[in-house]
Design a protein around this ligand. Sequence first.
Ligand code: G6Q
Length: 561
Amino acid sequence: MFQLTRSVTWQALTQLRQQTANERIRDYFTADPQRFEKMSLRVGGLFLDYSKHQVSESVLAKLLELADHSALVQRRAQMFSGDIINVTENRPVLHTALRNLAEGPLMVDGQDVMPEIQRTREQIQRFSEAVRSGEWKGHSGKRIRDVVNIGIGGSDLGPNMACRALLKYRHPELSFHFVSNVDGAHIQKVLSRLDPATTLFIVSTKTFSTQETLLNAKTARRWFLETAGEDADVGAHFIAASTNKKAAMEFGIREENIFEFWAWVGGRYSMWSSIGLPIALSIGFEGFMELLEGAYEMDRHFLTAPSAENMPVLMALIGIWYINFVGAETQAIVPYDQALHQLPAFLQQLDMESNGKSVDIFGHPVDYKTGPIVWGQTGSNGQHAFFQLLHQGTRYVPIDFIASLKPEPGMEEHHFALLTNMLAQANAFMEGSHGGEERGDSQLDPYSCPGNRPSSVLLLDELTPKNLGALIALYEHKVFVQGVIWNINSFDQWGVQLGKRIAGEISERIDAQSQDFDASTQGLLALVRGHFQRGAADAETAAETASAPAGTPRRKGKPRQ
Ligand code: G6Q
């Protein structure tokens, strides 16, 4: 059986790491004045500079060999053509079909999926145009002014991030709100500002069974019925994006207002589907199509460019270098663009849910690190906060800086400051500083920043729907390539499913006082129970147990009543 870590290329990369560990990135530039030209590339409106990495030419060549020896070409072709690559869920993975703008059929299981994708696109177009023009009326004849997306995880983060990123393209008479958390404070705060007669709720849930979303949707419907309409009016204010038509109809949503999508669209890859409806409502259907077009262009690039010139492949390989050979645990995403402030959260889910796996596609445990911890915040804010650790701390954190070049009219001075701050940081992370040198003391000291810390700079010509589409598709494919090289399934999420199941079981059994749970969970449940059904008695008992010294035996037999 093939073992990645025993492969010749992997071993060679391990050795290369030992040989190059003390090399300084800035010396690569001295040795090769062409490094920036060689290690940067453009795809459409995106420009990537990957020259400030601790990656020498020989390391890069070996990383490319790793990609060549992987199943990348085969698995990429399989993904785009609808083969079942999500093996644990027995599904194809076809978010790329949602933005396929080519003519011709795409056969999955003997069926062309393009006509139904096209039908849903047309439904999104008709509906978004009706709402935006005011033709779609609420129950009392007023036009819609507020749109509330109720969804969580993959049914929230994509449209949420994109609507915020593209805020400047938003319809001036529509406002958008995203409710995800089951904490009632979230929906309460949103509802408190709304007029039910002019509000449209989109219940976004692939399965129509996610507890948080259903509870928020019920609360919204109750609020609507208490403050405005009757049961018969619900249809004018509630629509759904879901694969589960039956459950959506049982909720009271009219069949014609259920926007379909398919099991082969993973939640975190679903903003290109009906889950992207808030985007179409906000920026218009044409803008939504531009978003798809940007992603489609990135798909074509990913499919056709040789690995050495392939943006997602290069980003994936550099990530693998840091994760598997340098030992970095995390990857920072730092957009120098306030409109992209939700991007780190979106990419965190995309990457960590996809590649947070520890068995390979055959179910065997892997003996190498997989997906990194992805985190981040906008610059320049981060400079005044967590950047300190990145400059002087003991961790090694590769950074993706992301910005758009074009300033907003009237904001040139701000934009110039924003971009120069970002470039200054990328430079400072590489160069470092030697406080001691400045004070005539060559020793490393508390004033010194060691430098040699790597970053990529990703520049968008402008933050347009098209460039955003390309940017998101770029990261989707980066994650995919890493998953292929690690030989893991990037498209299931059994950890998320476990959370959903256990939450259901715990809430079902809160009354039954089941002993199926561990002592800690039972003790804590007793505290919770005390606040809901039967007063404080159980809580007190639980608190006694909780405060008992370690080693105090717990009562056996029937759980406490
Ligand atoms: C995404 C995950 C997860 C999912 C949510 C919401 O890939 O599967 O984040 O999107 O749990 O699920 P529903 O859309 O089914 O409500």
